[in-house]
Design a protein around this ligand. Structure first.
Ligand SMILES: [Zn+2]
Length: 281
């Protein structure tokens, strides 16, 4: 890893270079190069899809009830509230099971756009958690080595659930959705549909479980903006109700299943507070 100083001058040089090249539309992305968080108080800045993170904390490789996987991606940093959430979800699983959560990407040391150009996870409030549970850290690492993904919870028809789905997965999702820190959780539409059909009693938590593309082997948790982060930009809240309605049915339409290619949009300007995070030594 380059030193932050060398990294910064290299990144700035590249940024300048691509800005000067006529007809160039892709800017260099300086965020993946950082190997340390920006010092100072923790703050989530901007939006999940255009933001950054100050004073990040690193998720430990292993904790009670969880294993952090794919550490080589350097995406195991988050706002402290995100680390607390993962820690609490692992502890709650550990109270009734010997198995462990497999925790995937959080954010890079300073957040921002990932090298994979995965657009969210930028402000330290997003985490990917696999539906499959592991019996040990060793098994978790073995099962996800060489970019191998744990199995899908959705059948090949895209409409129903696979045999891998069960009571453990439902409880995991419900526990996460009922957490007050959670803003929303993205899952495959088939998973949401199955919950809509089978949940009895209190269905209030279904509101936070939102359908989205893929997300059939892992779910994506997004937290609310924490109180210590005035520059954090919240997403509009999910509509009222459990979401088991026409908006869910749309996901099974031809239009949703074969989406037309959308034109790439020019990137939104970076939040002003992220310039400091980019430049902090
Ligand atoms: Zn995600």
């Amino acid at each position: 890893m380059p030193s932050p100083l060398r990294h910064r001058s290299t990144a700035m040089g590249l940024l300048l270079l691509v800005t000067l090249l006529p007809g160039t539309t892709t800017l260099a992305n300086p965020w993946p190069g950082f190997d340390s968080p920006a010092p100072g108080p923790s703050a989530a800045i901007g939006a999940a899809s255009n933001g950054c993170l100050a004073g990040a904390r690193a998720l430990p490789a292993v904790g009670r009830g969880f294993v952090s996987i794919r550490r080589e991606r350097n995406c195991f940093y988050g706002h402290p509230v995100l680390l607390d959430f993962v820690t609490d979800l692992g502890a709650s699983l550990a109270r009734h099971s010997d198995r462990r959560l497999m925790v995937g990407d959080l954010a890079q040391p300073r957040g921002g756009l990932m090298a994979s150009r995965h657009v969210s996870h930028q402000n330290g409030l997003d985490v990917d958690i696999w539906f499959t549970l592991a019996s040990s850290a060793t098994e978790a690492r073995r099962e996800t080595a060489n970019h191998r993904d744990p199995p899908s919870m959705v059948a090949p028809d895209g409409l129903t659930l696979s045999p891998h789905w069960g009571a453990e997965q439902r409880l995991l999702l419900k526990t996460a959705a009922e957490d007050w820190r959670v803003d929303r959780i993205l899952v495959n539409p088939a998973i949401k549909q199955a919950l809509c059909e089978t949940e009895r009693g209190d269905r209030h938590w279904l509101r936070k479980v939102r359908p989205w593309y893929r997300h059939d082997a892992h779910f994506h948790v997004r937290l609310r903006c924490p109180g210590d982060s005035p520059d954090c930009q919240p997403q509009a809240p999910p509509p009222a109700g459990d979401g088991c309605d026409a908006t869910l049915a749309w996901w099974f339409s031809d239009e949703a299943r074969h989406p037309a290619r959308s034109k790439p949009q020019p990137p939104a300007p970076m939040p002003a507070a992220c310039h400091k995070v980019l430049e902090a030594r």
